[in-house]
Structure formats: C-alpha cells, structure tokens
Design a protein around this ligand. Sequence first.
Ligand code: UDP
Length: 467
Amino acid sequence: MEDQTSTQMIMNQRKGRRLVLFPLPLQGHINPMLQLANILHSHGFSITIIHTNFNSPNPSNHPHFTFHFISENLSETELRTSSDNLLALVALLNTRCVEAFHDCLDKLMNHQEEQPVACLISDAILPFTQAVADKLKLPRIVLRTGGASSFVVFAAFPLLRERGYLPIQDSKLEEPVVELPPLKVKDLPVIDNCDPQTLDQVVDGMVNGAKVSSGLIWNTFEGLEQSSLDTLGQKISIPIFPIGPFHKIFSTSSSSSSSLLKQDQSCISWLDKQAPKSVIYVSFGSIAAINENHFLEIAFGLANSNQPFLWVVRPGLTVGSDWLELLPSGFIQKLSGRGHIVKWVPQQEVLAHSSVGAFWTHNGWNSTLESICEGVPMICMPCFTDQRVNARYVSDVWRVGLQLENGNLERGEIEKLIRRLMVEKEGEEIRERILCLKEKASLCLKEGGSSYESINSLVSHILSLDS
Ligand code: UDP
C-alpha cells in the first residue's frame, strides 16, 4: 500500500515534467536519442525534440513527441563538402547552431502554457549546448551514443599526445598502447588524413563538456563494459547511467523508425528463403566510405566464399560511384540468387533473423551493440574514430568476432576469414561467446538487472535536478 502511494506520488510529480532532447543530426546519433526519448516517455516524461532542418527524422513517426526545427545555418555548399568531412561538419554545427538553439530553448522554457522543462539532454558531440544551458540556468545531461571503452580512450587524448602516440605516426601503427591494453596505435580513434587540431578540438570539447554536465547516459550495459565504466567512474565526478541496450528496451517498428533512408523490405523475404545461420550480412553504416578497389575485393570475396550474403550498398558508399556500376556485368546473375544487394535495410530485424550467421560490420557502436544483442558473430572492418576501439574490443576483449586487419582487404583473405567464422571450430567458439553476451544483454534489462536499476536512478536524478 505504502509502495503504491509513493509510486503514485512520483508519477504525479513527474507529470508536467518535460525533457528537451537535442541529437547530433547523423543516423547513428539520431537513433539512440529517439530510443532514449521513448524510454523516458514511458517513464512519464513529456518529450520535446529540437532538431536541425538538416537530416531531420519524420515527426509523424513519433506522434507522442513535440518537434521544433532550427536552422543549422550551413549553406548547401558547406553541407555538401562537410558531408565528406565529418569533423568539419561537427565543428561547424557547434558554432553555427548556437543562436538558433539558444532562442528555441529560451522560448520553450518561457512558454507559460507548457509544462516546465526539467533538463536538456543533448549529444556529447554538441558541447556548445552546455554553455547555452548554463546561460539559461537549465541542467544539461549528456547522452554519449558510443561505448564507454572508446570514451576512456578519448578522455586519455591529453596523455596520448603527451606520450607521443598522437598524432599517429605510420611507422608505429603496430606498436601497443601500453597504457590502454589491448589497443595498438592503429586502433586509436582518429580519422585518417584529418586535421589533428580539429580532431583534438572536437574530442576535448566532447570530454570536457561531459565532465561539467549534470550526468552522463550511456547506451551500454555493465555486463559488457564494467571495467571501462569503473575507470570512468574514477575519472569523472558526475553521475553516470549505463542504461542500454536502448533498442531492446524500446524496439522500433517501421512506423516508429527514425531511419533517414527508405528501408528495403525485400531483404526479409529473401532471408526467409535461406538456410538457418548461413547468411553473411554486410553493412558499413550510414557514413563510412570505401574506395573502388576495396569495393571490388569485398564483392569478389563474398562471391567466392560460397556463403549467401545480404549486402547494404548505400548510395555514396563507394567514393566516385553512384551505386553498383563498378561490378562487372553479369556479376549478380552469376550468383544465382546467393547474393542480395540493397541500399538500406531494417537492420535490427535483419540481425534478429534466424538465417543470419555473421555480420561484416564497420563497428559503429549501434551496429556492434545490435549484433551482440542478437548473438551474431562479427567480421570487423573499422573505418575511423571509435569504430577502431570497438572492433579491437570485439575481436580481442569480448572475442566475439574476427578482425580484417589493415591492409588485408583482399578477396583471398576475405574468403579465408569467412571460412574461419562460418565453418571452422574457431567460429563455433565465437558463436558460443556471443550467445553468452546476448544473454547478459537481456538479463540487465529485467527487474533487478543493472540497466533496469540504472534507468530508475536516472529518472530519480532528473526529478532531483533543481531547475
Ligand atoms: N542501419 C539501418 N539500416 C542499414 C544500415 C544501418 O537501419 O541498412 C542503422 C543501424 O541499425 C544503426 C545505425 O543505422 O542503428 C548505424 O549506426 P552505427 O553506430 O552502427 O554506425 P554509423 O552509421 O553511425 O557509422
């Protein structure tokens, strides 16, 4: 009885509390922010999303949220050129959105008819929002959409610079980073050929902005990243909330999807026709690009592997090519239905399909987590930033995947690696290990599990913030 009364009191207190969420406008950041919005909505909060016009998700897929769109103040040319240069885009967003974001948030806070705003939750990569929130005297909680282990590495950037690991020297790529085992220099989360100063500015802004916020939310779970979370707990004095995997708390259907590209459903009926655990699902996420040579080696490696494959070739995946023009004529016909190539898929549904036996991934954090949650072993081919750390953890710490080491993107090597994972004993052991992690991911969300408890702590924390 007492319990019921206190629950009722909390629900009443929560009524009228509104949260304003602001994602970084990139697919791998929008998805977890909207999943988080759904989680918090199910705990009684009203949700307002501020979003840039650029890359805006479809509000009608989220009728229970209120959307406000702001201009990112970037010209067409700036948007076009910066889409090839992620860091430049992030740096620009952090300077050009300030005024529009401030005005929008200010209006929302002063809207008398609306419920009071309890706090702002914004992406870690948008640290400018901390200064705006401070100015408006609104607490800011940070969502880090990447893993905790890669954040430990980002937080160590000053040390890595001091000890000469950064900027990376090509002659040292294979050397260990003794302070951060089992990482090698080549696993450090940088972007090749980018300006090291811009990288430092973005990374330091993210880490320092998180440190002075009112709390840090992670899309991860203790059973996966306990030791990195402990390390962060020692280094960061604000409360941290590992409440993932988000997509397993609130699973999306196509009608509630935050996908920016149209999902090709034909892949599901194609998967229905394949043997259990036989298909290699291949996707490198929403941003990574590969060169022509790599595209062809991947295509022939897959074709020669004799395994069925489902390959997402996003328009723009291959530099200098629109879609599949680089494939020799008759390539697909010769596969006699063993390969299916599409532009974009409902990835969570694909990974959960009983025909999928492996995921060849770039190891973006969402993809990595989605693979773990479905118990699908990985072939890791990281491209840049945190993907490299994630891939090293997948192959060497959790040991739930094999890594295509740099320089080995050659059809014969690809074929061998696919055999190791799909046919040999080594692959069986990897599958057993990832099934254990899948089980842990499921347990942490049950009553009494670490993420379940952490969500409750987060809700209490938000309610305790004095705005
Ligand atoms: N995704 C999808 N369909 C695809 C490929 C990817 O829905 O064909 C989703 C995937 O489920 C994940 C997100 O896009 O949630 C990609 O995020 P991730 O962090 O893996 O990589 P990024 O795109 O940020 O590099």
